[in-house]
Write a protein that binds this ligand. Structure first.
Ligand code: NAP
Length: 294
């Protein structure tokens, strides 16, 4: 079945609810395409728009959500951490991670959630048995990496190696991991150390923008260092097949793309807002089509 959901089909009325995403920059975001597709598909009288909000305007933007009765909001870089203190309530998982990527407006009360955790976990669950008690290598120590550490703890990963360019940030994530009960070790960002560890682990995750369209660079791990029984997960979604995933494919490893995470985190946000649990297949169609057009 071919899914085509043109925004031009949406009729905006006086009763139409507004949802949004805030971030800086924001023009590249695929969230409007995803959520407008879902509103259309499930016949919900709502529209989703993107707002470019600079860090110094975050408080005003959150007040705007209240005063304009915007029903729900996605929060992205650079606001995920700083938004927490501006909300009325924060879900315990988001609180533990220290980052919110989804806000629900419940009759004027703004409640924060973190759907990145589930978005990351869902495509990995089919490998849960293999990962339990085994080791993982996480590249990156930013906001997304923190949600990933929490997710890997819930999966029962036995040992985590953290590689990050900036030592202080890598050590802070190591500390966080130990705090929540996941044995972790910061290993620096040296190419040799990365490749050595890559050979030993069951899961490799890239949570840096390396390899992203417009950013470039690459994670310095080659196919020779990836075992065929390893799972390689790159959360960068543009391009779908990043340089790291190209290496993983050469090695015969299993791969998970950033598009998978993007779609599953959006599905949970949609469920939080509307109560509807959407199907992923139509979203793959629209996201891949949109990425091809970019
Ligand atoms: P962030 O908080 O800004 O963290 C960025 C991380 O990448 C830091 O660890 C940073 O290292 C590292 N990094 C940046 N540029 C680098 C470079 N040139 N070389 C080596 N390391 C570099 O960002 P984030 O929120 O964690 O997001 C990270 C990436 O994940 C972004 O590309 C984002 O688009 C993607 N993402 C995807 C999804 C999805 O649904 N697929 C969801 C969330 C995020 P330092 O500490 O040394 O600066």
């Amino acid at each position: 079945m071919k899914w085509v959901y043109a925004l031009s089909c949406v009729r905006v009325r006086g009763s139409t609810y507004v949802y949004c995403i805030i971030g800086h920059p924001i023009a590249h975001s695929l969230s409007p395409v995803i959520h407008n597709t879902l509103f259309n598909m499930y016949n919900i009288d709502a529209i989703y728009v993107a707002f470019d909000v600079k860090p110094e305007k975050l408080r005003e933007a959150i007040n705007g959500i209240r005063s304009l009765n915007i029903k729900g909001c996605t929060v992205t870089i650079p606001h995920k951490e700083r938004v927490i203190v501006l909300l009325d309530e924060v879900d315990p998982v988001a609180q533990k991670i220290g980052a919110v990527n989804t806000i629900k407006n419940e009759n004027g009360k703004l409640i924060g959630y973190n759907t990145d955790v589930w978005g990351f976990l869902e495509p990995l669950t089919r490998f849960a048995d293999a990962l339990r008690g085994d080791s993982a290598l996480l590249i990156g120590a930013g906001g997304a990496a923190r949600a990933i550490v929490y997710a890997l703890k819930t999966l029962g990963v036995g040992k985590l190696f953290i590689a990050n360019r900036t030592k202080t940030r890598g050590k802070i994530l190591e500390e966080y991991s130990l705090e929540i009960g996941l044995d972790a070790e910061y290993i620096g960002f040296d190419e040799k150390a990365l490749n050595e560890k890559a050979r030993k682990v069951k899961l490799i995750v890239n949570a840096t923008p390396l390899g992203m369209h417009g950013i470039g660079g690459r994670v310095p791990i080659t196919s020779n260092s990836i075992r065929s029984d390893t799972i390689v997960y790159d959360i960068v979604y543009n391009p779908v097949e990043t340089p790291l995933l190209v290496e993983a494919r050469k090695a015969g490893a299993k791969i998970i793309t950033g598009v998978d995470m993007l779609i599953y985190q959006a599905m949970l946000a949609f469920k939080i807002w509307t109560g509807v649990h959407p199907e992923p297949d139509p979203l793959y169609d629209v996201v891949l089509k949109e990425l091809k057009a970019k």
